[in-house]
Design a protein around this ligand. Structure first.
Ligand code: SAH
Ligand code: SF4
Ligand code: F3S
Length: 479
């Protein structure tokens, strides 16, 4: 085996796990390639949060089955579906060489050796890793001097990355890097499979997090995205410090210009978190707060622990303290027994919260969850109608939010070239909006520049750089 390709489904935890697997493979002498057809080893890193990504992942592995017969490539199914189904997957996909749960990612080298010795298929879905090897940081190569999309980024279907020139064995640094601060989830929202596949909540020591952020900054990253299913319940196992304390420590450390975090559970949103976002210069003005439903009855059935009115109070408090904040959310339609009144309540709360951006989903019954025992009694037709009505409202709110950002200058962290227009750059505002922009000067990923945002183009903003060095820019210009 000389080459590999990783196809990633699901959330940023999976994206980060794919980065870890890529690093382990590079450490074993394998080379990333830009398409699965060229790869000797294909890893499909799966998500089982809804039936749709689960089916997509299974059909993706199925597509490689023929090539395994003719060319002898190896196929590994990793991620949350692997954890959920384990060896049962072999009845659907007997050609798999390995099935690896999220906590067994670090065993990849040993698993590869077993496969090559003819001991496959290997099933590794153990959830009892005492030392939480999933917290082991990536080895980072320095950010490159060239701005180009490398095979690496394509081979992990991750975000923009630049190749490392001086430490080719490491993962190349990204302008914006993911950092795990906790794993698992204890909330058991009734519809959700995550606590069942990712296990109980474990927080990582703050000292380790600070060390990893410093190493990322030394390698060239200018932003970190702190990852956890519910970062608000982070608790440093050594000092007992909560999430706002971790943000303060990272801000004080001053290693990166921008600190982001995903995701927050509304029931654990504290005034001290709002104060941290308001008061700490490096912490960006964006919070992802899953509403899920605006009906108090459905929120109760979902086991979410707040009412629509409480959610709106929190959103209002956030906007008062941080006027520039962008509040994004997730919403589910068609939860068991959701009626027209419940759905109207959702629309009313969504409108009142004036979300800047949102993901909306049709309820999907998941094995092993509490809601899975309730009758999935909303017809497909009604679910689709509700989704469409909700999405029309969300499009309206997102357009208002985007237009409020136009005609102004924003500090934008450069991530790389625009995805559609290679003559333009792409970056993000502090409130996490993508801006594509033209620039007269050459820019590197990781630089922060002032961009005059002139118009909305689809879901993104379009702007031009301002070269006047005296223009206001909160963080990054002096770095
Ligand atoms: N920990 C995050 C959510 C992770 S899952 C949080 O609580 O914000 C991402 C989103 O998938 C959830 O917010 C929810 O909106 C959606 N989701 C989870 N389970 C689902 C299901 N069974 N059907 C439909 N959508 C679901
Ligand atoms: Fe799932 Fe709820 Fe945990 Fe989010 S907080 S991962 S929705 S159980
Ligand atoms: Fe999916 Fe697992 Fe993330 S189920 S949303 S990849 S934690």
């Amino acid at each position: 085996m000389n080459t590999f390709y990783i196809h990633t489904f699901g959330c940023q935890m999976n994206v980060h796990d794919s980065e870890r697997m890529a690093q382990l493979l590079v450490g074993q002498g394998l080379r990333p390639v830009g398409s699965p057809q060229e790869a000797d080893l294909v890893i499909v890193n799966t998500c089982s949060v809804r039936a749709k990504p689960e089916h997509k992942a299974l059909s993706e592995v199925g597509r490689h089955q023929q090539r395994k017969k003719t060319e002898g490539c190896r196929i590994i199914l990793a991620g949350c579906l692997a954890q959920q189904e384990g060896h049962r997957l072999l009845s659907k996909a007997p050609y798999l060489d390995a099935i690896i749960g999220p906590d067994a990612v670090w065993r990849l080298p040993e698993i590869l050796a077993s496969i090559q010795d003819g001991h496959g298929p290997v099933i590794a879905v153990d959830q009892h890793d005492r030392d939480n090897p999933c917290f082991v940081p990536l080895k980072i190569g320095s950010i490159a001097r060239r701005s180009q999309e490398p095979d690496f980024a394509k081979a992990t279907s991750g975000r923009f990355a630049v190749p490392s020139l001086d430490k080719p064995q490491g993962i190349p640094a990204k302008a914006s890097a993911l950092v795990t601060i906790m794993k698992g989830c204890d909330n058991f929202c009734s519809y959700c499979v995550v606590p069942h596949v990712r296990g109980r909540e474990v927080s990582r020591p703050a000292e380790d997090i600070l060390r990893e952020v410093k190493a990322l900054a030394d390698a060239g990253s200018r932003e970190v995205v702190l990852l956890g299913q519910n970062v608000n319940s982070y608790n440093d196992p050594e000092s007992g410090t909560g999430f706002p304390g971790l943000l303060e420590a990272l801000d004080r450390q001053g290693a990166v210009d921008r600190i982001r975090f995903i995701t927050s559970h509304p029931k654990d949103l504290s005034p001290s978190l709002i104060r941290a976002v308001a008061g700490l210069d490096r912490v960006c003005e964006h919070v992802h707060l899953g509403l899920q439903s605006g009906s108090d009855r459905i929120l109760g059935l979902m086991n979410r622990g707040y009412t629509g009115a409480q959610f709106l109070k929190m959103a209002a408090a956030f906007r008062r303290a941080v006027p520039e904040v962008s509040i994004t959310t997730d919403i589910i339609v068609g939860f068991p027994s959701e009626d027209d009144e419940d759905f109207k309540d959702t629309l009313a709360v969504v409108r009142a919260a004036a979300f800047d951006q949102a993901f909306s989903f049709i309820y999907s019954k998941r094995p092993g969850t509490a809601a899975g025992k309730l009758p999935d009694n909303i017809s497909r037709q009604v679910k689709l109608e509700r989704l469409s009505a909700l999405q029309s409202l969300l499009v309206e709110l997102a357009a208002d939010s985007l237009s409020r950002l136009t005609g102004r200058i924003h500090p934008v962290l450069v991530e790389g070239r625009s995805l559609r227009n290679p003559d333009a750059y792409r970056g993000r505002t502090r409130c996490n909006r993508v801006v594509n922009f033209a620039a007269a000067q050459f820019l590197r990923p990781g630089e922060t520049v002032n961009v005059h945002v002139v118009e909305v183009r689809g879901h993104t903003l379009w702007g031009e750089t301002k070269v006047d060095p005296n223009l206001p820019c909160r963080v990054g210009d002096d770095g």
